[in-house]
Design a protein around this ligand. Structure first.
Ligand code: PLP
Ligand code: COI
Length: 355
């Protein structure tokens, strides 16, 4: 495992005082982690340094050809003060899969976990105290060759930044409105949909802007080939309760395999709900809405936690789900996951790791 050099800041910043106004991704802690890689030496010079700007060569690969991947996980403060992570090894493994797809170097799981924990321990005072707030951790990696040739990179940087966050949507736990996108597509099978790379998000922005202008929080993507099957939302996987059965799109390669999705499926199965991971066409969903068998819909993701969907728009139709209210299964998942994450209920799954 790599040794980590620590250089502490001499100018610590003031921490936010009002935890009800944290928002998402606007405040950063005092330190950041960095590890360099090149094809001759491999991973080296793991270090934690004061948070600050990067200086890069204008030809750096990531600036031109999108060689960039990232992760998102959180540290939660329990009532007893202990700070814990939720399934961080899942993020470490997904980053390895993303790196493989983008031809970036693969950081061993143990180094990922060690540097994330070391950084969170150093900036532990930044982990907020109120239920529903957390420290969002953003590991990322970019190709850093100083040449314009298009090829797998010979130089890369792995970095971790973090900051205190509240809820991702302004709605909080209140239901959000989602627009089903029938023009742009996010990803195709064989492409990079299953990888967490910046390019997937760049491709999403145009539809996201259109949805926002019409008053919707995010876009629900259809598959990139037939524009027929439900895939996922901009920053969440999706689940629908149709006629008593929870249906969620199967991991076909164009969807991000969410840690929250996986956890929801495990919680649901353990609670005895039938869960189907399969193709779900927008026609089937429309029929369920028309016939009144769509009982609940929600999105799930690290930033968004479990977010009820109260309104779905498709072409010129708008459907209200469960009277625009949070349904009992959505509430159960929210209570169970947040209960485990903030240490309010026993973690029978063994998902949490104290830093
Ligand atoms: N889908 C997309 C496109 C995302 O950006 C995210 C957020 O990370 C998710 C799904 C949910 O993944 P996870 O639960 O691992 O955060
Ligand atoms: C996350 O939930 O970690 C995400 O990646 C969402 C993000 C794109 C803001």
């Amino acid at each position: 495992m790599l040794d980590i050099r620590i250089e502490k800041t001499t100018a610590p910043k003031a921490k936010p005082t009002d935890e009800s106004k944290l928002g998402f991704g606007q405040i950063f802690t005092d330190h950041m982690a960095l590890i360099d890689w090149n094809s001759d030496e491999g991973w080296h010079d793991a270090r934690i340094v004061p948070f600050g700007n990067f200086s890069m060569h204008p030809a750096a690969t990531c600036l031109h050809y999108g060689s960039e991947i990232f992760e998102g996980l959180k540290a939660y403060r329990r009532a007893d003060g202990v700070v814990q992570l939720f399934r961080p090894e899942e993020n470490a493994r997904r980053m390895i899969n993303s790196a493989e797809r983008l031809c970036l170097p693969q950081l061993p799981e143990e180094d990922f976990l060690n540097i994330v924990k070391t950084l969170v321990r150093l900036d532990e005072d930044w982990v907020p105290h109120s239920f529903g707030t957390s420290l969002y951790i953003r590991p990322f990696m970019f190709g850093n060759d100083e040449t314009l040739g298009v090829h797998a990179v010979h130089n890369a940087v792995f970095a971790v930044i973090c900051g205190p966050v509240g809820s991702y949507y302004k709605e909080g736990i209140n239901p959000v409105g989602i627009m089903i996108e029938d023009k742009d597509v996010r990803a195709v099978r064989g492409g990079t949909g299953y990888a967490k790379c910046g390019g997937n998000y760049a491709a999403s922005n145009r539809a996201g802007e259109r949805a926002e202008k019409q008053g919707y929080s995010q876009v629900l993507w259809l598959d990139g080939v037939e524009r027929k099957y439900i895939e996922e939302v901009g920053a969440m996987n999706v689940m629908f309760k149709i006629g008593g059965v929870v249906v969620t799109p199967a991991l076909t390669g164009s969807i991000l395999p969410g840690v929250t999705r996986k956890s929801c499926i495990e919680v649901l199965k353990q609670a005895g709900y039938p869960v189907e991971e399969r193709l779900l066409s927008v026609d089937e969903l429309e029929r369920a809405m028309d016939e009144g068998t769509l009982e609940e819909a929600w999105g799930c993701g690290t930033a968004a936690v479990v977010s009820p969907i109260g309104k779905l728009a498709y072409k010129d139709k708008t459907f209200v789900v469960n009277n625009g209210e949070i349904g009992p299964v959505t509430q159960m998942l929210y209570d169970t996951l947040t209960g485990i994450q903030w240490g309010r209920i026993e973690d029978k799954f063994g998902w949490t790791t104290p830093v």
